[in-house]
Design a protein around this ligand. Structure first.
Ligand code: SOE
Length: 385
């Protein structure tokens, strides 16, 4: 087999997402042997030196840096992977683009549309490969949903419904800010469930069903004050703990979205259901290999919801894994995203969602937050090709 070209990765941030991305870089060539590039774990960067060294050793990074600027300045790095809290995405991405590096950025692209726009401009100007990790698109059952919709199986779509429910912030004792808890701190995260969870639902929704035109939303912050890890004092909580919005899609269908971190019993219940004139589909992250499908054109006596176990060799991505019938998991969505990124790199094509596409999701998130604040409908300004 010809020797593979190296894709030398500089990972910035080593939290939960740093692990999911690193696992993907390590696995991708084992299961996608046709790729001509091989990710090389060159350097990982974070501020806590002791934990950084332990992470590098555990996951197999060749070196460490404590200043992200040094990672970008290194000429032995091809691609920067941004896994920091959201408030650092823009500065790092813009510097990386200026240095001519490829960029893989964890979602959401940034905290606001205004913060994200220079990121989009920077990668476009530099002409560097870029993508944002909206990983759920790459689960085989979700990709199959896309194939069914694109093949016209559902016909005209009337309804899109999505939820992303969690329960991990119900305790008032939980502080805001700091490692692991920056998602509760508006300065670091930019928003609460809207940017963290609904952004996933919006990305999938627009990928499956086209642009979202306008929105009407409500948000709630149930716990008004929490100790801030930085100051050690109780401070006002300014993130949205829960958000519900409804919307019009450009294709005329209606959408309903709900997300919360206060749904006791739910850890990461991401679900969607789409109803078309001929057929409906629904999906649930807790049973991620399954796509449920109802087709009204079936003979009436046999009509009913089919439960498709999306694990056969002709299902999306599944020829890469085990044998028909055997499940894959959450981590595989990241492996697929890296495989797709490398395929696009080799084909000289953009890798969706690009920064430009992720900015459209950002626009919806912002319109949702503005709508909740102003108690009025907001146009999103989304242009979805
Ligand atoms: C939050 O708990 C979180 O980890 C998100 O940040 C991820 O994007 C989501 O996929 C799972 O939940």
């Amino acid at each position: 087999m010809p020797k593979k070209k190296e894709l030398r990765i500089g990972l910035i941030g080593y939290g939960f997402m740093g692990r999911t991305h690193t696992n993907a870089y390590k696995r991708v060539n084992d299961f996608f042997p046709e790729l001509k590039h091989r990710p090389v774990l060159k350097v990982v960067c974070a501020r806590n030196e002791e934990r950084l060294k332990a992470f590098a050793e555990q996951w197999g990074y060749e070196s460490t840096e404590t200043d992200w600027r040094k990672v970008i300045a290194r000429d032995d790095i091809d691609a920067i992977d941004i896994c920091t809290p959201n408030n650092m995405h823009a500065e790092i991405a813009i510097a990386a683009a200026k240095a001519g590096k490829m960029i893989l950025c964890e979602k959401p692209l940034a905290r606001t549309v205004a913060e994200a726009q220079p990121m989009v401009d920077a990668v476009e100007k530099a002409g560097v490969m870029n993508t944002v990790y909206y990983n759920y698109r790459r689960l085989p059952a979700v990709t199959l949903a896309k194939q069914l919709i694109d093949a016209g199986k559902l016909g005209k779509i009337f309804h899109y419904r999505a939820n992303f429910l969690q329960d991990w912030t119900i305790s008032p004792e939980l502080p805001q800010g700091g490692e692991g808890l920056w998602r509760l701190d508006n300065d670091a995260a930019g928003s609460g469930v809207t940017g963290d969870l609904l952004a996933h639902c919006i990305d999938t929704a627009m990928w499956l069903n086209g642009g979202i035109k306008d929105v009407s939303a409500v948000t709630e912050t149930f716990i008004k004050e929490r100790v801030h890890t930085g100051s050690g004092k109780k401070q006002k909580v300014t993130i949205d703990d829960a958000c519900i919005f409804h919307c019009h899609f450009s294709n005329g269908s209606l959408g309903v979205f709900e997300s919360t971190r206060y749904a006791r019993g739910h850890k990461a219940l991401y679900t969607f259901e789409i109803n078309g004139e001929h057929a409906s589909i629904r999906w649930d992250l807790h049973d991620l290999n399954r796509l449920e499908y109802f087709d009204h054109r079936d003979a009436s006596k046999e009509r009913g919801w089919r439960s498709i176990h999306v694990t056969d060799g002709d299902h999306p991505y599944m020829d890469k894994w085990w044998v028909p019938g055997l499940s894959i998991g959450y981590e595989h969505s990241f492996v697929h995203q890296v495989a797709d990124f490398i395929q696009c790199l080799e084909a000289g094509k953009p890798c969706s969602p690009t920064f430009m596409e992720a900015q459209e999701t950002q626009k919806v998130c912002e319109a949702v937050l503005d709508s909740a604040k102003s108690r009025s409908w907001k146009d999103t300004g989304v242009v979805w090709k």
